[in-house]
Ligand binder design. Structure first.
Ligand code: DQA
Length: 139
């Protein structure tokens, strides 16, 4: 099983960015823990702050991976293009968010990803990614 985690804008700053909302651990640190925990699964990680790069990576992932765990971050709420890419690629995409977007501003209650996602995991901190991976493994 090959799973790609894709993170969108500003998630490269995890650990220092708004720690009350997103915690104090960098994604690189957390990713190492995920790789250890899911050592029988081939996990990869990609991050970009650029919408088109995220779309390119999703398209490529459709040819290389069995599934994607996607946190499109702020683009979740704005990007028709990323939503369309999730629909276009032939592999399942699980949408995840660290914070509970529904307990935050109204503009975070809309997602262009959710209608095309296999499922959505919101508000469990970094554990949202862990749960996203498990959703591909558990039958
Ligand atoms: C986020 C929630 C988004 O609203 C926000 O723009 C992010 C992170 C989350 O994981 O909680 O950058 O996707």
């Amino acid at each position: 099983m090959k799973i790609l985690i894709i993170n969108g804008p500003n998630l490269n700053l995890l650990g220092t960015r708004e720690p009350d909302t997103y915690g104090t651990e960098s994604f690189e640190e957390y990713f190492s823990k995920l790789q250890f925990k899911f050592r029988d699964t081939e996990l990869s990680y990609y991050q970009s702050n650029i919408e088109g790069e995220l779309i390119d990576r999703l398209q490529q992932a459709g040819k290389e991976f069995d599934g994607v765990v996607l946190n499109a971050a702020a683009y979740t709420h704005t990007s028709v293009g990323i939503g369309d890419a999730v629909k276009a690629i032939g592999i399942p995409v699980v949408e995840v968010h660290i914070s509970n977007t529904f307990s935050r501003e109204n503009f975070r209650h809309t997602s262009f990803i959710s209608p095309n996602a296999k499922g959505v995991i919101i508000g469990f901190g970094l554990q949202s990614y862990d749960l996203g991976i498990q959703s591909f493994l558990k039958k």
